[in-house]
Design a protein around this ligand. Structure first.
Ligand SMILES: [Zn+2]
Length: 339
């Protein structure tokens, strides 16, 4: 059991560290992107979530191969190598016990993180089935109309995607606004955003202990909305119709949630978050004509620390392989020696 435990801990540790290191450069790049490159923001955050796994898999492959070629740990070979080994892991008398407890916690965290997307897929599948049962297709608009008062629209499904709008939303908006909202949802369908979200959530699983991974996931979700807004606005030639639809729907939702006896606190808080996000999206949509994002100076101020961090990573890269190897060896040594 020693090899799988050490391998799991190496994978989780490397993916968490990589997620932390990649966050700042990714955030700087995303912030400095011009607004017309909204689609690149999504790709960037998606890469920031996937790349730690590529690095962790490479580290695990390397450590396993080195262990197979030469199982003698560096610490046992010569005292000069001792500074390379993680001696604080091997020196503790109850190291094996501690490592096993940490490994168990890591397994639990990874399982919870990995199962979450499947749970949300099952939930949205059930939701889509209920909606499909009560909704009627409007072929000329390529949407399904749901008889509900709450103004709401969504693109549901992974492979067979459908756009739903509620009758409450259709009544609230004028035709131009409604077609902008439908264009937004159809942009989600065209870009296969539901599948992308599922993959992103699965990638997020093993790095659940890293706060930067939560930020990455949230930024990805926001950038997916912005990219769909951007595509919809391009189809409509200006973003005004979509911006006013967003604001109208948010206002109506606020009015519906105004009665504290009717709505639970959680929903009111969710609406408040939505309102802030809606305001930001509407502002971006109205700016698309001339807005180019930040000034050159601000962009440089964002990119310089990121470039510095990447340069430091480049300098430190030769140390990565010995560190990975000695971390793995120290775990194995502690697991086998302290029993
Ligand atoms: Zn959307």
């Amino acid at each position: 059991m020693d090899l799988p435990i050490a391998g799991l801990l190496l994978y989780v540790a490397t993916s968490c560290v990589a997620s932390g290191l990649l966050f700042l450069p990714a955030a700087a790049l995303a912030e400095s992107l011009p607004r017309r490159c909204a689609v690149w923001g999504t790709r960037l955050w998606f890469a920031a979530l996937l790349l730690p796994h590529v690095l962790a898999a490479a580290a695990l492959g390397y450590a396993l191969r080195m262990h197979a070629l030469d199982p003698v740990p560096w610490s046992a070979r010569a005292p000069t190598f001792r500074h390379l080994s993680f001696w604080w892991i091997t020196d503790s008398p109850d190291a094996a016990y501690r490592i096993e407890v940490i490994a168990l916690a890591a397994v639990a965290a990874v399982l919870v993180g990995m199962l979450r997307p499947f749970f949300s897929v099952a939930l949205s599948w059930r939701y889509a089935r209920v909606l499909a049962g009560v909704s009627t297709e409007v072929p000329e608009l390529r949407v399904w109309l749901t008889p509900l008062d709450r103004p709401w629209s969504a693109c549901l499904g992974l492979l067979r995607q459908r756009v739903y709008i509620t009758s409450g939303l259709a009544k609230l908006l004028d035709p131009e606004e409604l077609s902008a909202v439908i264009a937004h949802e159809q942009a989600h369908a065209r870009r296969r955003d539901n599948l992308r979200q599922l993959l992103a959530q699965a990638a997020f699983g093993p790095t659940v202990a890293m706060p930067t991974a939560h930020l990455c996931l949230r930024r990805l979700q926001a950038s997916i909305e912005r990219a769909a807004d951007h595509e919809a606005a391009r189809e409509e030639t200006d973003g005004q119709a979509l911006a006013s639809a967003l604001v109208k729907a948010a206002r109506k939702l606020r009015d519906l949630s105004a009665d504290p006896n009717e709505e639970p606190l959680r929903r009111r808080l969710a609406n408040r978050y939505r309102e802030e996000f809606v305001a930001e999206r509407a502002q971006l949509l109205l700016d698309t004509g001339e807005g180019e994002g930040h000034s050159v100076g601000r962009r440089l101020a964002l990119l310089l620390p990121a470039a510095l961090l990447l340069a430091l990573a480049g300098i430190g890269a030769p140390l990565a392989a010995p560190t990975v190897r000695s971390f793995f060896e120290s775990l194995l040594e502690a697991l086998s020696a302290n029993r």
